[in-house]
Design a protein around this ligand. Structure first.
Ligand SMILES: CCCCC/C=C\C/C=C\C/C=C\C/C=C/CCCC(=O)SCCNC(=O)CCNC(=O)[C@H](O)C(C)(C)COP(=O)(O)OP(=O)(O)OC[C@H]1O[C@@H](n2cnc3c(N)ncnc32)[C@H](O)[C@@H]1OP(=O)(O)O
Length: 211
């Protein structure tokens, strides 16, 4: 089987974006966030007018939103993958998003490209953003492998700068389970080189879902 065919066969651990509805609106919102940062303060665009139009969109959405408690129940319904999280969620405009899939060897993997909204040093990814991607990916790796829990400790090593605008591969695997203590490791690589590695201690505990 070709690597491309193998990748297509891998079980997806993240929600597939729909081409309509809120996912499409969120994809547009991601474009707006990136375009605002790309445009900057010296552009000829009429920013007061842009702000008014964006506020009108936000007013419209808020007028049609359910009570927060209902929405919390809704977003945590079902036992499948989440649609709202800040790393993979197709309903979350701050998610890059990263699409994760299980590998035959028990690890999980996903690829994404990060742009200006995620910048730390000039031209490179913010270290806190790398931590966000790895924390979440380690958490999903635990779901994929078996016992899962909450992050108690996350240790990161930044080996080299992580580039913007280039494909990044994020991987993680559960390495041990000792009672409630779950240890998980992962990396972010670019062009085959490790940029960031992470080791996490997770404690088996689940916060109850809103009902
Ligand atoms: C986000 C979605 C989650 C659910 C999704 C479900 C389905 C969707 C499927 C796929 C997608 C899902 C997954 C995604 C994943 C998420 C990744 C993000 C994860 C997070 O974003 S999560 C938020 C950040 N995280 C916290 O907000 C934790 C705050 N914290 C606490 O809630 C407690 O602190 C806790 C629970 C950690 C422990 O509390 P506790 O009372 O249950 O346990 P206790 O203290 O008894 O410790 C038991 C033994 O662990 C040792 N131990 C404890 N802590 C330690 C530490 N820090 N260092 C070293 N050892 C430690 C003790 O020393 C003892 O060891 P011993 O037994 O040997 O004495």
């Amino acid at each position: 089987m070709s690597p491309e065919a193998a990748a297509r066969e891998r079980p997806r651990l993240t929600a597939t974006p729909d081409n309509a509805g809120v996912d499409a609106a969120v994809a547009a919102a991601r474009r707006v966030v990136a375009a605002l940062l790309h445009t900057g303060g010296n552009s000829a665009a009429e920013m007061q007018d842009v702000a008014a139009r964006l506020d009108a969109v936000a007013d419209h959405l808020e007028q049609h939103a359910p009570p927060m408690a209902d929405r919390m129940v809704d977003m945590w319904a079902g036992e499948g993958v989440t649609r709202h999280d800040p790393v993979t969620g197709p309903e979350n405009a701050i998610a890059p998003p990263l699409a994760l899939a299980g590998r035959d060897d028990g690890a999980i993997e996903g690829t994404t490209v990060l742009g200006l909204p995620y910048q730390g040093p000039p031209g490179f990814v913010h270290g806190g953003v790398s931590a966000l991607l790895l924390d979440h990916t380690l958490g999903v790796a635990n779901h994929w492998a078996g016992p899962s829990g909450m992050t108690a400790e996350l240790t990161l090593r930044y080996h080299r700068t992580t580039p913007l605008f280039q494909p990044l591969t994020v991987t993680a695997r559960q390495v041990s389970v000792d009672g409630r203590k779950i240890r998980t490791e992962g990396t972010i690589t670019a062009g085959g080189e490790i940029c960031v590695s992470a080791a996490g201690l997770f404690i088996a505990k689940q916060v109850p879902r809103p009902q």
